[in-house]
Each structure stands twice: as structure tokens, then as C-alpha cells.
Design a protein around this ligand. Structure first.
Ligand code: SER
Ligand code: ZN
Length: 516
């Protein structure tokens, strides 16, 4: 790594040039400031002043550095503090701020790039076989520099090169357990079966469906099964988690860093610039005259997105506990929520009921000390196994997969292959879909996940325990659309072929409306 920077400190008034020698002395002493906390070996490559000059109120420096902990972008912050004191005391000159004139960072690459790229706050990034030269945009705001933006730019260049080489998603999948094979009743597409039975109809929006009373009854049955066999026995309470999610939540949860990068595809929400009727009158008039919606005009009258519609269901939950210190006896907190839909922008063509933009999920959430969360993770997993295998009589398997929070934030880590399920991670329940082909080669449908997340969310939302002991969280989610798709895919729409254990929860199936 090599750094080269040219910058100026802006003084509050002209420097008295007759005292340049004294300034020279002060600058000679900066070595100790720059070497503070740096080992002797590292001092060799640490930031050095290669030249300096003073003219008027501009104190100009050129810095160079090699691989170091104190690179020029750190050095200038240290020196700013040092000069502020010394120049003030010795010359009664204040320090206004600094301005970068040129900043070039050369990093060595493990692999050459095949697709050169640029990043925000860089002017250019030049690549050759072995190196990338990052030219930082000199107008990068001072506060971003203070908050560590340069180090993040360097890291991101490396990450992107790595991604180009290995693909952005090191998605992994390892089967952990399987239910017994179930006798196949049916081998046709479940969406088509439900549409044919008049149980399901496409709604006005893409990948959105009308869930008729017939299907809603089945949804209720599955909810009740989950209450009876999972939430009641394990002592979970129901709550209503907000479904409109502002950026503040997604900033903390890490989602905003993975936006449309393959794991997090939100619908955005915009608010009007004002609710003043005068401001909106022309829109209303337009509709009255044309009977059309002037979408461009509306777009010009709304604010930038304030966030989006609930995507992963649980992130806004943590806002409840944000910044709080919670009594130790409160833990573990056990919650479930099915209070409203979540939304995912599914790109591509129209999908069936198994892949929807508006989905109805049931979320299971727990927060507590690590051993409590690990135990609950295992208990919830076992109850879900029982529900899918014994009550719904589904052929399912459980697979250890890329943790959902890493997939959503685009932060997919490479996984070591080990045979045991690790403590922190995500397990997906997947259902066999006979219409897609044989068990071995066909795609099974993910219907539910269960994760032990570790300390990520309590940390991100600054949630503390009374004792100060570390807190973990875990969660699981599944959608009724997926449960029903899997069930119909395996069992069909003929109730006489359905398991008694499920039918027990279906009081009376409403008769579908007959369309003529
Ligand atoms: N929040 C997790 C997910 O989105 C579990 O529901 O998958
Ligand atoms: Zn969750």
C-alpha cells in the first residue's frame, strides 16, 4: 500500500512569515505526534512529511506513507489537533479546517479486475494487473473523513475485486435433517390448482393475490396450529410490529448496505411534500378531466423515499428496545407477529403464489442471554419440525443456509464446511414440490427459516441488560403463501386426501364464489 497526499490547513489569519523558523521547529516535532502508539517497525512506513510550505493563511503539506496504521488521512486529523494548540499558543493563529488537494492511494490486489469501477467520493480508480490506484475526490467532506470513510473506500475496493472473482453470493446450502418421505397425492402446479378451484385470484398489482375466504380459512387453521403447538407451549406473546420502516431502522439493521444487491429488494415509501389541498388541487383536477392518473406530476410533488414497506418483518421490532437497559429477569423476550403484510420487489416476470410481492408472514422473535437464545432457537426449530412433519404431514427438510441478515445486507461471508450446525446461523425448512420433478434434482421450496443471530441486533440497536451481560437475538419467519403452496403441491385441493391432524383445525371451508 502506498499513500500520497497534498493538503492545506486553513489558518484564521496570515502567518507572520518572519517567524517561519519557529514554525519549522514545531513541524519537526510532529514526528512524535505521528508515531504515537505506532511500533518501531511500523514507524518506518508510517506517514511522513515529504515537504511543507506556508503562504498567507495556507499551511501546505505533502505526505507519503506505506502500509501503516497511521495513513495520511489519519495523520491530518492528529496534526489538526496538534496545530490547533501549538499555533494558537505560539502565534495566536487559529485553525479553520483543512482541504485536501490531492490524495492518491495505491493498494495491491490479490487478483486483477475484469470490470473496472468507480466509487462515491473517488475521482477515479485506475487498475493494472497488480494494483489499484484510488484517486480520492478532494471535495470529500471533512466529517466523512473523520468518520472513517477513506478506510471504508479501501476496504470496498478489495471487497468488490473479491466479489468479481468469487461472485457476490457465496450462498451455501447443506441439508441437516429430512422428514420421512411422504406418499405423493398430487403432481401439478399448486397455484394452477388453487386458481382452478376458485380459491385464488390475481390482484391488481403484480405478484399480488386475492386470498379468498376459502384460503383465508386455511391460513387461520395454520395460525392456530402454530399457536397451539409452538407459541403457547413455549410461552410466546403476540405483538404488532410496525410495517412502515424508515431508513433509521434499515441503517441499523444493515439492510441499507445491501439495497438491491441480491438479498434486499424493498418497496419504497414516499410522503407528499405537503398535505396542503392547494398544492394537490391540480392533480385532482387533472384526474377529473382526463380520468387518468398523472403519475409524473405526482412524482414531482412527493419527497424522496422515507424508507420502505416492511421487508424482513423483525428489524422495526428492535426499535422498541433501542437504547434501553432491560432487567435481567425480563429475558428471554418471546414474541410473534402476523399483524400485516411484508413486501418484496420480485423482479422478472409474473410468478405464482409461491413468489409474491405482497406476502403474509408470521415472525417468531426472541431476545435474551446467549444460552437462552440458543436454547430457544433449538426449541422453535423442533416445534416447527413437528408442525410441518406431524400436523401438516409435509415432506420437508432442514438446511443450513447463508444467514438471512448477511444475505440481506450483501455481507455474505465465506463459510467453513463443518458437519455440525453452528450456534449462530440460519436453518431453512424446505418442502418437496412434486410437480417440479424428482426429490433429488428439483428445487424444494423454502417455507420457513429459523435463526440464532447472535449479538448483531442488540448491538446495532444499543440494547443492554441490567447486568451488562451480552444479549443475543434470534428469529424465524415463514409466509402463509409458502405454507399453502407447499401443502397444496403435496396434497392437492381434494380435502378427502388431507391429513386428519390438519382438518381438525378447519371448521368449515367456505364455498368459493361462482363466477359465471
Ligand atoms: N427476519 C427473517 C427473514 O426475513 C426471519 O423472518 O427471513
Ligand atoms: Zn426476523
Amino acid at each position: 500500500m502506498h499513500f500520497q497526499m497534498k493538503m492545506i490547513y486553513q489558518l484564521s489569519s496570515d502567518f507572520p512569515l518572519d517567524r517561519k523558523d519557529e514554525l519549522s521547529e514545531i513541524i519537526a516535532q510532529t514526528t512524535s505526534v505521528l508515531h504515537k502508539g505506532v511500533s518501531e517497525v511500523d514507524q518506518e512506513t508510517s506517514t511522513k512529511i515529504s515537504s511543507w510550505d506556508i503562504s498567507g493563511s495556507s499551511l501546505e503539506f505533502q505526505f507519503t506513507a506505506g502500509e501503516t496504521r497511521v495513513a495520511p488521512h489519519h495523520a491530518i486529523l492528529r496534526l489538526r489537533k496538534y496545530f490547533k494548540t501549538t499555533l494558537g499558543e505560539r502565534f495566536r493563529v487559529g485553525l479553520r479546517g483543512f482541504k485536501i488537494l490531492e490524495y492518491k492511494i495505491v493498494i495491491s490486489l490479490d487478483f486483477p479486475t475484469n470490470t473496472p469501477f468507480k466509487l462515491p467520493f473517488t475521482q477515479e480508480i485506475l487498475f493494472n494487473e497488480k494494483e489499484a490506484t484510488i484517486i480520492i475526490d478532494p471535495s470529500i467532506p471533512e466529517d466523512l473523513l473523520e468518520k472513517g470513510a477513506i478506510d471504508r473506500i479501501i476496504r470496498l475496493v478489495n471487497d468488490k475485486i473479491h466479489q468479481q472473482r468469487y461472485g457476490s453470493k457465496a450462498e451455501h446450502h447443506r441439508i441437516l435433517f429430512s422428514s420421512p418421505q411422504k406418499q405423493e397425492v398430487c403432481s401439478s402446479d399448486p397455484t394452477e390448482q388453487m386458481v382452478k378451484a376458485n380459491w385464488l385470484k390475481r390482484a391488481a398489482h403484480r405478484n399480488q393475490w386475492i386470498i379468498t375466504p376459502t384460503l383465508t380459512t386455511l391460513t387461520e387453521a395454520i395460525k392456530n396450529i402454530m399457536v397451539d403447538h409452538l407459541y403457547k407451549p413455549l410461552g410466546f406473546d403476540q405483538m404488532i410490529i410496525p410495517k412502515l420502516v424508515p431508513w433509521d431502522v434499515w441503517k441499523r439493521s444493515g439492510h441499507s448496505e445491501g439495497i438491491f444487491q441480491g438479498g434486499f429488494e424493498p418497496y419504497f415509501v414516499v410522503a407528499p411534500q405537503t398535505a396542503d389541498p392547494k398544492f394537490w388541487e391540480e392533480v385532482a383536477d387533472h384526474v377529473k378531466i382526463t380520468k387518468e392518473i398523472p403519475r409524473e406530476l405526482i412524482a414531482s410533488k412527493v419527497r424522496p423515499p422515507l424508507g420502505g414497506l416492511s421487508f424482513a418483518q423483525c428489524p422495526p421490532f428492535y426499535w422498541w428496545l433501542k437504547g434501553e437497559t432491560i432487567s435481567d429477569t425480563t429475558f428471554p423476550i418471546k414474541i410473534f407477529d402476523w399483524s400485516g403484510p411484508t413486501y418484496r420487489y420480485e423482479s422478472g416476470s409474473a410468478y405464482g403464489f409461491e413468489r409474491v410481492d405482497e406476502l403474509h408472514r408470521i415472525e417468531t422473535l426472541f431476545v435474551g442471554f446467549p444460552e437462552q437464545v440458543i436454547e430457544l432457537g433449538a426449541q422453535v426449530r423442533d416445534k416447527l419440525k413437528f408442525i410441518f412433519n406431524d400436523i401438516l404431514d409435509l415432506e420437508v427438510r432442514g438446511s443450513y443456509v447463508t444467514p438471512w441478515w448477511q444475505a440481506h445486507s450483501g455481507d455474505v461471508k465465506e463459510e467453513k464446511e463443518d458437519t455440525k450446525a453452528p450456534t449462530v446461523g440460519t436453518i431453512d425448512f424446505e418442502a418437496y414440490m412434486p410437480y417440479r420433478g424428482n426429490r433429488k434434482d428439483s428445487d424444494w421450496l423454502e417455507i420457513q427459516n429459523i435463526s440464532v443471530i447472535g449479538s448483531k441486533y442488540p448491538k446495532a440497536f444499543n440494547i443492554k441488560s441490567q447486568s451488562g451481560d451480552q444479549l443475543w437475538s434470534g428469529c424465524g419467519g415463514g409466509s402463509f403463501e409458502r405454507f399453502l403452496t407447499a401443502f397444496i403441491a403435496q396434497k392437492g385441493t381434494d380435502l378427502s386426501k388431507w391429513p386428519e391432524s390438519f382438518l381438525k383445525y378447519v371448521d368449515k371451508l367456505p364455498k368459493p364464489i361462482e363466477f359465471l
